[in-house]
Write a protein that binds this ligand. Structure first.
Ligand code: TXA
Ligand code: MG
Length: 342
């Protein structure tokens, strides 16, 4: 199939037409990649199983890995779930819309293809204006995982989407680059205490402060565990992988430089996700991607996926990435880098 590129230009008439076209494709059962504040999603009508199946086919996604449903209003959300657990109102008041996904008991409107046969559905209201307008125009909730081939790095631009999915999806709505850069935080409020199933765009600290209580973090259990029995099956996957071999470096800049130097001397083409304020010694041969100032985890989150893809495009053999601490969005960056390096 030919993938239609619908460009958002800032011209009101053009943009309205682009969104209307994308909405029509969704209503007619097709697939459209669209920008959100986190990463690009690959959307289809969440109320129709046969439309949702096209997402799995385009991505090569295993059928046991459920999808997030995106809504544009509380009314739309109300029709998809049967109950709201304790804590929902507090978090929704602050992060809905926003990069926070809630696991909620699903109503019978949600097809099995969306929830992968589970009793709960993951739901999020994106903050991104184009995403919101698309859902409103489509008039239906939109199921959307990240718009990458399964196992690959999540896309933060329409170019990234086309790198992976050109010819496999009906259209991409090109709304520029994503602001947050890592996916939403997924939270299960029905667990006692509440459990973050995937760290993401809303920090653990912000959630705890809003709820006024500590929450736990789902840590991936050993390899070989039955994915269907896990609270969040997607967390089991090797994911976000660049073509190059990724090495995560704990410790200071000297540890990073030493590792890069050694690999270069062994004959590898080396890539480095390099904080802007770390000066790479001149004798070390490496391609560098400007990662933002060390300590500015928000900027590093925005750049991490683009950095991995950018270094891949330079055909490096190995990539070295400094690991941020488990603080703010550093937690989400660490999670993505750990799974990309497996
Ligand atoms: O920011 C985001 O969340 C992006 C944008 C497009 O909204 N979406 C996204 O979707 O990252 P995806 O499919 O790449 O990741 C969804 C995660 C997976 O780890 C999946 O296993 C988990 O959420 N998940 C979805 N539905 C679930 C459910 N019913 N129960 C448990 N985990 C679920
Ligand atoms: Mg994904």
């Amino acid at each position: 199939m030919k993938t239609l590129v619908l460009k958002i230009t800032g011209d009101a008439k053009n943009d309205e037409a682009a969104i209307a076209k994308a909405a029509e494709i969704i209503r007619n059962g097709g697939t459209v990649a669209f920008p959100t504040e986190t990463v690009y999603g690959l959307g289809a009508n969440a109320l129709r199983g046969e439309s949702v199946q096209k997402i799995y086919a385009a991505k090569g996604r295993p059928s046991w890995n459920p999808l997030i449903v995106h809504v544009s209003s509380r009314d739309m959300l109300n029709s998809l779930v049967t109950d709201y657990p304790q804590g929902f109102d507090k978090l929704a008041a602050k992060f809905m819309p926003g990069p926070l996904t809630f696991l909620l008991p699903k109503s019978d409107k949600i097809p099995d293809e969306v929830s992968a046969g589970r009793n709960d559905v993951a739901v999020r209201m994106p903050k991104h204006e184009i995403a919101r307008k698309l859902i409103e125009a489509a008039g239906v909730p939109i199921a959307a995982p990240s718009a990458n081939r399964s196992g690959r790095t999540s896309p933060t631009s329409a170019e990234h989407v086309l790198e992976d999915l050109d010819g496999r999806i009906d259209a991409v709505l090109d709304g520029g680059t994503c602001d947050v850069g890592v996916e939403s935080t997924v939270i299960n409020l029905m667990a006692q205490p509440p459990m973050i199933l995937r760290p993401g765009g809303v920090s653990k600290e912000a959630i705890e402060e809003t709820l006024g209580m500590p929450v736990t973090l789902f840590e991936k259990s050993a390899e070989g565990t039955d994915v269907k029995a896990l609270p969040s099956p997607g967390m089991m996957l090797r994911h976000y992988a660049p073509n190059a071999k990724l090495y995560n470096i704990e410790g200071d800049k000297y540890a990073l430089f030493a590792a890069a130097d050694k690999a270069a001397k062994e004959g590898n083409k080396v890539g480095v996700l390099l904080p802007s304020d770390w000066q790479l010694p001149e004798n070390i041969k490496a391609e560098v991607y400007d990662y933002g100032t060390w300590g500015d985890w928000d900027t590093m989150a925005r750049r991490v996926f683009a950095g991995l893809r950018g270094l891949d495009r330079k055909k490096v053999d190995v990539i070295f990435a400094p690991m941020p601490p488990k603080e703010g969005l550093g937690l989400a960056i660490r999670d993505r880098l750990l799974r990309a390096a497996k």
